[in-house]
Design a protein around this ligand. Structure first.
Ligand SMILES: Nc1nc2c(ncn2[C@@H]2O[C@H](COP(=O)(O)OP(=O)(O)OP(=O)(O)O)[C@@H](O)[C@H]2O)c(=O)[nH]1
Ligand SMILES: [Mg+2]
Length: 296
């Protein structure tokens, strides 16, 4: 008897949603960085194990948006809540209930979707703080389960499966059993480049970048990729390129290595940096980079 389960990973930026998704799948499908607002769209991770096909939706961190891109990201996360059988709400030990949490609780209540609270990063938090945090959140909301986990070490991640399995429903599987993401190869390539920008560059600069794949040509022995990195200000361009092209070269090497691992063939990567003033602030700017209104 085959079963299907849709689960969304929801929470504030930087709590480890994408890290957890990658750990659960045993494959890297969603980019990770130590900077908040890394994930910008809904990323689907699929896993078929035993009788169950799990469809996980990784979402952008919920925050108070400061521009049109932020508004799109928060809407994407909110919409995912309504599309799933169970929500995995990730927090960190010490987190308080603020406006973002209030809003999320209201949404979860009105949608009536089962919710499991995950206190992530237990490898770097104290037992007492974890306990207090569980109490604080449980007093305010009726969670179906509460599990302290570590997406980094994998501690208690298997317990998540035991809890969510209850919500799986009988159905034919939607995706082929060897499929693990629905992202097209071009999107994976652009996300890998964005991850390396976030990991290599400091502060605000990488947050204002968008990556467009201009060419993706495959032959048997290699893939040739030409990508354009758009930044928001003329002054950001030399920062991304670096002295003598050092930074861009580093981004390129790191991205190429990951791409070769992912695609399993040699990759030739050609990166260009361009400017698109304040693109995150306009509807048209974000639509041009594929963040479309139609998605919700
Ligand atoms: N120590 C520790 N670090 C973790 C754990 N999970 C995630 N991290 C780190 O936390 C940072 C953020 O991880 P992400 O997975 O990108 O977080 P996210 O919730 O997807 O963030 P957004 O996409 O910005 O919403 C990264 O530096 C991760 O390595 C964990 O269990 N333990
Ligand atoms: Mg993420």
């Amino acid at each position: 008897m085959k079963k299907t389960l849709f689960a969304a990973l929801i929470g504030r930026p930087n709590v480890g949603k994408s890290t957890l998704l990658n750990f659960m799948l045993g494959k890297k499908v969603s980019i990770v960085s130590n900077k908040p607002q890394t994930t910008r769209t809904r990323i689907t991770g699929i896993m078929s194990r035993g009788d169950v096909q799990y469809v996980f939706l990784d979402t952008p961190g919920i925050h108070r948006p400061k521009n049109k891109l932020g508004t799109f990201m928060v809407k994407t996360a909110n919409t995912a809540v309504g599309d799933v059988d169970v929500v995995l709400w990730l927090i960190e030990a010490g987190d308080k209930i603020g406006p973002v949490e209030e809003m999320l609780m209201k949404k979860l209540e009105s949608d009536g979707v089962p919710t499991i609270l995950l206190i992530n990063k237990t490898d770097i938090s104290g037992a007492e703080e974890i306990g207090e945090t569980i109490l604080r959140f449980s007093e305010r909301f009726e969670f179906d389960a509460v599990i302290p986990v570590s997406a980094k070490t994998g501690d208690k991640v298997e317990d998540i499966f035991s809890e969510i399995d209850k919500f799986a429903y009988e159905s034919e599987w939607i995706f082929p059993d060897d499929m693990f993401t629905d992202q097209p190869e071009r999107v994976i390539a652009s996300e890998i480049i964005r991850e390396k920008l976030l990991q290599t560059l400091d502060k605000e600069v990488p947050h204002g970048t968008a990556v467009v794949i201009e060419e993706f040509s495959e032959s048997e022995e290699m893939i040739k990729i030409r990508a354009e990195i758009f930044c928001e200000k003329e002054s950001h361009k030399p920062i991304i390129i670096g002295k003598g092209g050092r930074e861009l070269k580093l981004v390129g090497t790191r991205a190429r290595e990951d791409m070769e691992r992912f695609f399993g063939v040699k990759v030739y990567l050609d990166l260009w940096v361009k400017v698109k003033e304040k693109w995150r602030e306009s509807e048209m700017g974000i639509a041009n980079f594929g963040f479309k209104k139609e998605e919700f």
